[in-house]
Ligand binder design. Structure first.
Ligand code: GDP
Length: 407
């Protein structure tokens, strides 16, 4: 009996020891798990879903209600009250309309600029009249200077012959007299008797219509913009037509010129029919009872026939509404003989009534004034003397010749 009791007691003790050992083992495993040293056997089979953005937790009272439920309360006031977002008022910029320089003062300014620019032509002229004894070499140098200045062979020969005769017959009594003789001869060549007035007066029924033609790059669009300013300074009501639809930037460029002096620009899409843009511009001028419509045209010299067809069509279409009162051909003074060749082609395509000679400020080739007038039988009416907005002026023969002969 005692042996049985002893065995039972032994079993109980063994059982208790085993239980204690198991418990200690389990505790050790848990602590290892917490420290991350042991990985649980179960690996997630799928990527865990991206947790949804937690909704901002409502502010809760620091202490809970007596019944244990949480109560939502207003957040405690922060030190800086939240300022409402400032909605900025869009800044509407008032277009600043410029006041172009009146013709009188721009003539004085530009004449001074021309006189201040001593080029080969004026230097040659001054050298001749300041020489006491004009010998054959001096005459030859003088002739060369005139030819280099694009006066052309005909006018150069005429001028030299006339001067030689006068100075031989009358004798050179001094440089003042020589200057007067030269001035008179140059003026004869430039021909002050030509009518240089612009056809910009509206009739009782129609606005005046000015078509501006010329090769791209000569300063055509710029000249249209500058002409608009001349007209605005004369209190004329102007509409611009951007019929150079082949050059993407041309219409934009012209609109900007117009905006600066408060003049509207009628334009079409790039590549649209130039004649229809010109028509719309003149229609706008008729409807608005404007004084002048100035139409810029494309100047691609792709083929002579193409050019003639295009310019002819533009003119015909305009004249369904109003007569074209002036066709201005723009020539770049720096291009010399090349410019003259282009001028001939244009004058065959359309009846040119006046020349705009641009870039005379950067050119020693002032003689082109005489040559182009002779060749085309058309007067130079306007000259461009710089890139400034008001650097276009009516051509004034006496001012031009005086500027050449100013020391
Ligand atoms: P378009 O292609 O014939 O319409 O030529 P633009 O009107 O675009 O002018 C071509 C360039 O010539 C521009 O840079 C103008 O500023 C410049 N230009 C136009 N007229 C004159 C001028 O009288 N003097 C000078 N120095 N530059 C000019």
């Amino acid at each position: 009996m005692a042996a049985v009791d002893l065995t039972i007691l032994l079993l109980i003790i063994i059982g208790a020891v085993a239980l204690v050992a198991l418990g200690v083992g389990a505790l050790g495993y848990r602590s290892q798990l917490r420290k991350g040293r042991v990985r649980p056997e179960i690996e997630p089979t799928e990527e865990p879903e991206e947790p949804e953005e937690p909704a901002p937790a409502p502010a809760r009272a620091a202490d809970e209600d007596e019944d244990g439920s949480d109560t939502l309360v207003a957040p405690p006031p922060t030190a800086e009250p939240e300022t409402p977002p400032v909605t900025e008022e869009p800044v509407v910029e008032e277009p600043v309309v410029e006041e172009p320089e009146p013709t009188e003062s721009r003539l004085i300014r530009l004449r001074r600029r021309l006189a201040g620019q001593k080029n080969a032509l004026s230097r040659g002229l001054l050298k001749l009249i300041s020489t006491d004894q004009i010998d054959e070499d001096t005459w030859e140098d003088f002739e060369d200077t005139l030819l280099t200045a694009d006066l052309g062979i005909g006018p150069t020969t005429e001028l030299v012959e006339a001067l030689r005769t006068k100075l031989r017959v009358e004798g050179v009594a001094g440089s003042d007299q020589a200057r007067e003789t030269l001035r008179a001869e140059l003026l004869t060549l430039v021909d002050p008797s030509l009518d240089r007035s612009l056809g910009t007066d509206a009739s009782a029924e129609h606005p005046a219509v000015v078509m501006v033609v010329g090769v791209n790059g000569t300063g055509k669009t710029t000249s249209v913009g500058k002409l608009a300013r001349v007209l605005v300074s004369e209190d004329k009501d102007v509409v611009l037509g951007a019929a150079d639809t082949f050059r993407a930037a041309a219409a934009e460029q012209l609109s900007t010129w117009g905006e600066r002096v408060g003049v509207p620009t009628v334009r079409g899409d790039e590549g649209s029919d130039p004649a229809s843009v010109a028509y719309d511009a003149v229609q706008a001028g008729v409807d608005g009872e404007s004084d002048v419509v100035v139409v810029d045209t494309a100047g691609r010299l792709h083929t002579k026939t193409g050019l003639m067809d295009e310019l002819g069509k533009v003119k015909r279409v305009i004249e369904k509404l109003a007569p074209v009162t002036e066709v201005l051909l723009v020539i770049d003074a720096t291009t010399g003989q090349n410019g003259l060749t282009q001028a001939r082609i244009f004058s065959e395509a359309v009846d040119v009534t006046g020349i705009v000679l641009t870039k005379l400020d950067g050119s020693a080739k002032g003689g082109i004034v005489v040559q182009v007038q002779r060749e085309l039988g058309v007067p130079v009416k306007l000259v461009g003397l710089g890139e400034g907005a008001d650097d276009l002026a009516p051509f004034d023969p006496e001012g031009f010749v005086d500027a050449l002969l100013t020391d």
